[in-house]
Design a protein around this ligand. Structure first.
Ligand code: ZN
Ligand code: FE
Length: 256
């Protein structure tokens, strides 16, 4: 199997998974670069997976469906270009001989879903849309901090070696914030250097892994003493899981 992030717009990745013949694309905000990749590698697009309704994740769906006849799978609770197979927590999707499990991850949007498969060439694989980023998480456009924390907790509980395919290259700016939260986190300092060198070579920092994010991502670390203390320095009223998470999210929103 081949897993390729197709760059689109200024910082999106449209993830293409294929076996040399058949392909799946996740969150195709733009059809054009996907069509080019399908032609270049002579692939038949079998399925389109959509995590949430934002245009940078759905803009290419109609064009790709019309051009290839691919089936579209998306969140049950959001408005996505029809026809579409509507999915919620516990549903499964068969594609390329893999079984993807649907996980509800509300927060960035109200009906956001993620796709997880336990074994793609020997390791788990997650498509998480705009819920989890390397070093960060999505903005709370439609959900509450408590919802987003519960969603991130579900993703954090997946096996550590899960490859995490995020849909934006936000890593460097996220890590700049993460270093403000945890300036003495040695894992974070090392990961920042590693990602900086990837970006200098024009390469993606993704996929990341759950194990990596547990070590460096402040939004998965709000229960750690270091992150908790930093959150309370920003907002002295923060005291429990949800308010500490909300403080970190608010601090990131204001961070320059
Ligand atoms: Zn989005
Ligand atoms: Fe997005």
């Amino acid at each position: 199997m081949y897993l390729n992030p197709i760059p689109a717009f200024s910082d999106n990745y449209l993830w293409l998974l294929h076996d040399g013949k058949r392909a799946v694309v996740v969150d195709p905000g733009d059809a054009e670069p996907v069509m080019r990749a399908l032609q270049e590698y002579e692939l038949q697009l079998e399925s389109i997976l959509v995590t949430h309704h934002h245009p940078d994740h759905t803009g290419g769906v109609d064009t790709l469906r019309n051009a290839t006849g691919a089936q579209v799978f998306g969140p049950a609770r959001e408005r996505i270009p029809e026809p579409l197979i509507r999915l919620a927590e516990g549903d499964t999707v068969q594609a390329l001989g893999l079984e993807f499990r649907v996980i509800d991850v509300p927060g960035h949007t109200a009906g956001h879903i993620a796709f997880y498969t336990p074994d793609m060439d020997g390791r788990p694989l997650l498509f998480c849309g705009d819920t989890l980023f390397s070093g960060g998480c999505g903005r709370l456009f439609e959900g509450t901090p408590a919802q987003m924390l519960a969603s991130l907790d579900k993703l954090a509980a997946l096996p550590g070696n899960t490859r995490v395919c995020c849909t934006h290259e936000y890593t460097m700016s996220n890590l700049r914030f993460a270093l403000a939260v945890e300036p003495d986190n040695l894992e974070l300092i090392g990961y920042h250097a590693q990602c900086a060198s990837l970006r200098n070579d024009g390469r993606p920092t993704l996929p990341t892994s759950i194990a990596q994010e547990l070590l460096i991502n402040p939004f998965l670390r709000t229960r750690q003493a270091t992150v908790k203390a930093a959150a309370q320095a920003f907002d002295p009223a923060a005291h429990d899981d949800n308010t500490l998470f909300a403080a970190i999210r608010q601090w990131k929103n204001e961070f320059k």
